[in-house]
Write a protein that binds this ligand. Structure first.
Ligand code: F0G
Length: 465
């Protein structure tokens, strides 16, 4: 055995399996079995890869870095993709029909204004909005569509608040599969809808929210012609976990004290937790970063459960989650009341010593504007991270000298309407029945100004700023 973790030999499944996360069940299934929950007990599944600790971690780290050499179509999948360069850690053979659109390899920015805003001297933002379709979903979709091709699927389906849809639409097209997308009608940003249409997906709009779409997808998953591409599919998690590897690599293999992500359906937090845990198991890092998840107040079932566990000083995860029937937030990407991966995510958070908390619409809106001022920008759901970090610093969970990385999940242009409304002072949230809800006060508003078309008028407007 060289210094590398065990590789999965071609066409064998004995080194990786789908494992039911319910310890009391413990059922295992082959990789080719197209199942999304355990047929025996109904729990979610995760992929368990048998690995041996790396005998020479430095050589492995160097190999991963050296693969990242090409932005041209002539490069191998490992050279062009921030997912496939970590093939050693993924349940695919080296001759798999890799699907890629050059995902991953995203930047880790220093964000001085965001740091100051949250009460920290430094803060780094890992921007997954720099992926090909503008969100973090692409890393998981590269893996899921590769597996879809391996398993002989024809149609891949997802429920979505918009980003999974855009990503599935693009990756399915690239893989030669049909994409079918279930969207909550009228609740998806037009930019995201436009992407799905442009990539040629069959877009089906449902009168209902994301959770209703998700329930339908789970029913449809029984049909042999359908491949489910939501993060309940454990292959999505496998692709998405590579962001954990990239973060640690970009931190020069010094483990940050905290990694903070927004939470909706809870696939991303599950994936990060799995990625860090695998690096720890292989001896590539010596501790876990504390993983914290931030939800929007109106869509925060897991934050609510976490608060209950803390009040009871308990770490034992209950069998069921009390869902939020009618989730509400302007951060439409995370407008989710019944997250499918909540148990896996909560397990990862508790294991790492992190927290799950919620933030208000006002807090998200102002945090988003600050990330914009850092020349970075993101969509509203992503900004929940900065709002959450500010709260976690205030509560003392994050210490002033802690090294913190926040994951930004989507590009600013995913939701331009929100930005315009914030800066023009017309962003509003609330269920006022008789009158319009009051606007959110944008502490960092930057409204456009109307000026006469003359040099003196422009100069005088600039002086007045
Ligand atoms: N941020 C953005 C921009 C998202 O699009 C999502 C989820 C999340 C955060 C939450 O991630 O679900 O893994 O906890 N969007 C899904 C979608 C639900 O359909 O695009 P999560």
């Amino acid at each position: 055995m060289s210094g590398r973790p065990a590789r999965i030999p071609a066409e064998t499944t004995d080194l990786a399996q789908q494992l039911c996360i319910n310890d009391a069940c413990g059922a295992t299934y082959g990789l080719r079995e197209r199942i999304y929950v355990c047929p025996r007990c109904g729990e979610t599944l995760e992929i368990k890869i048998s690995m041996v600790p790396a005998a020479n971690p430095a050589a492995l780290r160097e190999e991963w870095a050296s693969r990242r050499i090409s932005r041209s179509g002539s490069g191998s999948p490992g050279e062009v993709s921030g997912v496939w360069r970590y093939l050693d850690m993924l349940p695919f053979a080296s001759n798999a029909p890799f699907v890629t659109l050059f995902e991953g390899n995203t930047p880790l920015f220093d964000a001085p204004r965001s740091a100051e805003y949250s009460g920290l001297p430094h803060l780094r933002l890992k921007h997954q909005g720099f992926n090909p379709t503008g969100s973090f979903k692409d890393t998981g979709m590269a893996a899921a569509m590769t597996q879809a091709v391996i398993s002989g699927a024809r149609t891949a389906i997802c429920a979505s608040t918009g980003n999974t849809a855009a990503s599935l639409a693009a990756y399915a097209a690239r893989a030669g599969l049909q994409a079918a997308i279930l969207l909550p009608r009228g609740q998806v940003s037009p930019s995201k809808l436009a992407q799905s249409l442009d990539y040629g997906a069959r877009v089906l709009e449902i009168d209902g929210n994301f959770d209703a779409c998700m329930r339908l997808v789970q029913e449809l998953g029984d049909d042999p012609s359908i491949y489910v591409a939501n993060s309940i599919n454990p292959f999505r998690i496998e692709g998405q976990k590579t962001v954990a590897f990239e973060i640690i690599e970009q931190c020069s293999w010094r483990v940050p004290d905290h990694v903070v992500v927004p939470g909706g359906n809870m696939g991303n937090s599950t994936a990060l937790g799995k990625g860090f845990q695998e690096l720890l198991d292989l001896g590539l890092i010596n501790r876990l970063p504390k993983l914290s998840v931030i939800q929007a107040e109106g869509a925060a079932p897991v934050a609510r459960l976490f608060a209950t566990l803390r009040s009871k000083e308990s770490d034992s995860i209950p069998a069921t989650l009390e869902i939020v029937e009618n989730p509400q937030t302007l951060a439409t990407a995370i407008k989710i009341g019944a997250p499918v991966s909540w148990k896996k995510a909560l397990r990862a958070v508790l294991r790492s010593g992190g927290q799950v908390i919620s933030v208000s619409e006002q807090e998200i809106a102002d945090a988003k504007a600050i990330i914009g001022r850092d020349s970075i920008g993101c969509e509203p759901a992503s900004a929940a991270t900065l709002a959450g970090i500010k709260k976690l610093v205030a509560s003392g969970h994050i210490a002033r000298n802690d090294d913190v990385v926040a994951v930004l999940t989507g590009h600013a242009l995913k939701d331009p309407g929100y930005m315009i409304d914030y800066h023009e002072g017309t962003l509003s949230f609330g269920a006022a029945k008789d009158s319009a809800p009051p606007p959110i006060t944008g502490a960092f508003r930057n409204a456009p100004q109307r000026v006469a078309a003359s040099k003196p008028a422009i100069l005088s407007a600039l002086e007045r700023r």
